[in-house]
Design a protein around this ligand. Structure first.
Ligand SMILES: [Zn+2]
Length: 135
């Protein structure tokens, strides 16, 4: 089979609702610096939107920022001064690694545990693959 034919066949397999990604619009993270701590005020909303465990996101950010992070009621506090832009960049990285399907780019995914391995399962294309553990 020719490359063009293969390509055409592959294109036909792409689900019609591939455009759903355009509706994906997670809230920007809001934060401010207080003393030498950084307070993030809406990570709960982001976690909800992304359908991810807040603690997983906090753990990821703490690792990326190399700073301890704690959930304090509705706020999340990181020790250290981090500009809002930096935190939002880390959130984008989180979305890339732990939310968007690496096969089709859909954000419509969920975590599944298989033995002790964390798997990302894509609802759009049914891809399923392990994601790195946040240490
Ligand atoms: Zn997918």
């Amino acid at each position: 089979m020719k490359y063009e034919e293969l390509l055409e066949r592959a294109m036909k397999k792409i689900p019609k609702d591939i455009n759903r990604g355009e509706r994906f619009n997670p809230p920007a993270v809001e934060s401010f610096i207080e003393g030498n701590r950084t307070i993030v005020t809406n990570l709960h909303a982001l976690a909800n939107y992304l359908n991810r465990d807040l603690n997983h996101i906090v753990k990821f950010l703490a690792k990326e920022l190399a700073a301890p992070g704690n959930v304090d009621g509705k706020r999340v506090i990181f020790i250290g001064k981090f500009p809002n832009k930096v935190i939002n960049e880390k959130v984008q990285l989180y979305i890339k690694q732990y939310v968007r399907c690496k096969e089709c780019g859909s954000p419509d995914t969920k975590f599944e545990k298989e033995d002790r391995i964390l798997m990302l399962h894509c609802m759009a294309c049914q891809a399923r693959y392990p994601v790195p553990k946040v240490k």
